[in-house]
Design a protein around this ligand. Structure first.
Ligand code: NAD
Length: 296
């Protein structure tokens, strides 16, 4: 069983690391937030005092950090790559710019380390249940090395292409997610404003042609789905600012490739308005509040 350093124990990283502990791996954890580390050590992981200490002697390094600046900051500026044991496999699960992923992977290669970008889809529910989808960019042989570890945290593993390709696919997925969550919110608010019960309308849409991931698993209207962030004050889940970051990455990719993304840009502006209104740390399904602020 490989020993694993897991760095970044937020909404996603904590349950992912926990699944590795449960599977019997020796897991060494580090996060800048001490409480996040304490929760994992209480569940059987070993705490490290720094990222450098976490990677000592491990076979695999996994990071689950917010954005490109954190990933480049850790691996390159703080030179974590220089501290990772020769021959270890590096897996970055964060959603970041494809160019950042390529830059860090190239630096890893110079140091003789294999690295893949492996962003995930499936939300915090998928992270807890161990049913995430991994979208991998990198050499096929590196993916095969990673597969036994990824299988402890996820159900579907896709190879999107070479380094950075996992990020490109993830960004396309999340642009669609941002659009569909805003669209679902808009439709529910319209129905409620015209006298419908949000649960009844959601049940109808979930079995009709407008059905989607939000109506099936992550309804944005409070009280419709007991376990969705909407029913818990939009706490936890996938932050508005993280969605805004991903829509920004989509906009950058569109500029670079001269692609048209009118709906993606509109969604980016909606989440930006919502974030600037003070909701940046809420779950992204709180975008429904832009449409339905006056509800009970
Ligand atoms: P989060 O903000 O909850 O957690 C990030 C964690 O990283 C925090 O605990 C933070 O303290 C830690 N961190 C930051 N810099 C660090 C450093 N230098 N060293 C150690 N720890 C550091 O974010 P999250 O929701 O867990 O998301 C993580 C990544 O996964 C993001 O890129 C996000 O876009 C992506 N993602 C999130 C979801 C979701 O539903 N939340 C789903 C799919 C993908």
């Amino acid at each position: 069983m490989s020993s694993i350093a897991f760095i970044g124990l937020g909404n996603m990283g904590a349950p992912m690391a926990l699944n590795l502990v449960k599977a019997g791996h020796e897991v060494v954890v580090f996060d800048l937030v001490a409480d996040a580390v304490a929760r994992l050590t209480g569940a059987g992981a070993r705490a490290a005092a720094s990222a450098d200490a976490a990677v000592q002697g491990v076979d695999v390094v996994i990071t689950m950090l917010p954005a490109s600046k954190h990933v480049e900051g850790l691996y390159l500026e703080q030179n974590l790559l220089g501290k990772i044991p020769a021959g270890a496999l590096v897996i970055d699960c964060s959603t970041i710019a494809p160019d950042s992923a390529r830059k860090v992977a190239a630096a890893a290669q110079v140091r003789g380390l294999e690295m893949i970008d492996a962003p995930v889809s499936g939300g915090t529910g998928g992270a807890v249940a161990g049913t995430l989808t991994f979208i991998v960019g990198g050499a096929p042989a590196a993916l095969e090395r990673a597969r036994p570890v990824l299988e402890k945290m996820g159900k579907n593993i896709f190879h999107a292409g070479e380094a950075g390709a996992g990020q490109v696919a993830k960004i396309c997925n999340n642009m669609l997610l941002g659009i569909l969550m805003a669209g679902t919110s808009e439709a529910l608010a319209l129905g409620v404003a015209n006298g419908l019960d949000p649960k009844v309308l959601s049940d109808i849409i979930a079995k009709s042609s407008g059905r989607n991931w939000a109506t099936e698993l992550y309804n944005p209207w409070p009280g419709v789905m007991e376990h969705a962030p909407a029913s818990k004050g939009y706490a936890g889940g996938f932050g508005v600012d993280l969605m805004l970051k991903d829509l920004g990455l989509a906009a950058e990719s569109a500029l670079a490739s001269r692609s048209s993304i009118p709906l993606g840009e509109l969604a980016r502006n909606l989440y930006s308005l919502h974030s600037n209104g003070g909701s940046g740390r809420l779950d992204f399904s709180s975008i429904v509040n832009l449409y339905a602020n006056d509800r009970d």
